[in-house]
Design a binder for this molecule. Structure first.
Ligand code: GUN
Length: 292
């Protein structure tokens, strides 16, 4: 069994980007600028946005964090997005989800200029992804594809089972794995809460991507010997023994599944850092398109 070290693979991607950004700068070009919008003070969202801002610093991007109170009006948020859409100094716009219940995330996503949609959530972007046209790829599935690529895991003709059909992870993941390419061309089964015989379907998988947000859901009896197991789950579980009061738990029962898997991602340190690296790549592309 080999651990898929997302921290290491993400570092390699960030190191390569750092060189490209330095080249832009030495040619007198503007470096990429990511604007992240955070509404309210959800602990997990705070952590994710802080990690995104830190990664921007690491690779030499400019970043701006715009914070709003939980009570901000949809009007104000949409107005801010429109201003950023029109600002030539801004390359990528990201609104951290989830949003408070009084704001429609659909309306927010639809308002972001598709040319700055580095999260890859806008309907135009999703449409292009489905059609196999070049576009921004949502960061988590993009990061997973980059991780498979980093470890030269060939998915062609393999049976991939994706657990979860969210717009952010499961659905785009299933599209990417079934698309053409060395890390695609898989036969994909997308499963969800209504799937009958999930354990049996998982047992036939060469690759499992668990993205349902239920700690320890994928147990060893659901995994074929030699399968590649990608754990997207990252749930905060109460743990009074930790200073923070919680620990992070993946969707996979890591200890037992690791004994059967050929490759497995840890939580934390697997998919999470790759998501950030993928977002950095999207932001670089948003900027580079202007220059070339
Ligand atoms: N919330 C959970 N994942 C994501 C993501 O990839 N982007 C944004 N904006 N919010 C999220």
């Amino acid at each position: 069994m080999q651990i898929l070290n997302g921290k290491e693979a993400a570092q390699a991607i960030k190191d390569a980007l750092k060189i490209e950004v330095a080249q832009l700068a030495s040619n007198g070009k503007e470096v990429p600028h990511l604007v992240a919008i955070l509404v309210g003070n959800n602990g997990a969202s705070e952590t994710y946005v802080a990690a995104k801002v830190k990664a921007c610093e690491e690779v030499g991007f400019k970043s701006t964090l715009i914070r709003f109170e939980e009570s901000v009006s949809a009007f104000k948020l949409l107005e801010t997005i429109r201003e950023l859409n029109g600002d030539p100094d801004v390359d990528g716009i990201l609104v951290q989800l989830p949003l408070p219940a009084h704001i429609s995330s659909e309306e927010v996503i639809n308002t972001i200029d598709p040319a700055k949609d580095v999260d890859g959530f806008h309907p135009n972007t999703v449409g292009k992804l489905v059609l196999g046209q070049p576009t921004f790829i949502p960061a988590t599935p993009y990061g997973i594809m980059l991780l498979l690529q980093h470890y030269k895991i060939d998915t062609r003709g393999k049976h991939a089972v994706v657990i979860g059909r969210s717009n952010i992870v499961g659905r785009p993941m299933s599209i990417l794995l079934s698309a053409a390419g060395a890390q695609g061309n898989a036969t994909v089964t997308i499963t969800h809460s209504h799937t009958v015989n999930l354990a049996e379907i998982c047992r036939s998988a060469d690759i499992i991507v668990a993205a349902l947000g239920r700690p320890g859901f994928v147990t060893a009896d659901m995994v074929k010997e030699g399968a590649v197991v990608i754990d997207v789950g990252i749930t905060r579980v109460d743990d009074p023994l930790r200073k923070s009061g919680y620990r992070l738990s993946g969707d996979v029962d890591f200890g037992a599944v690791a004994e059967k898997a050929s490759f497995i991602t840890p939580v934390p340190g697997g998919v999470g850092p790759m998501t950030i690296a993928a977002l950095m790549k999207n932001t670089y592309h948003a900027c580079a398109r202007k220059h070339f």
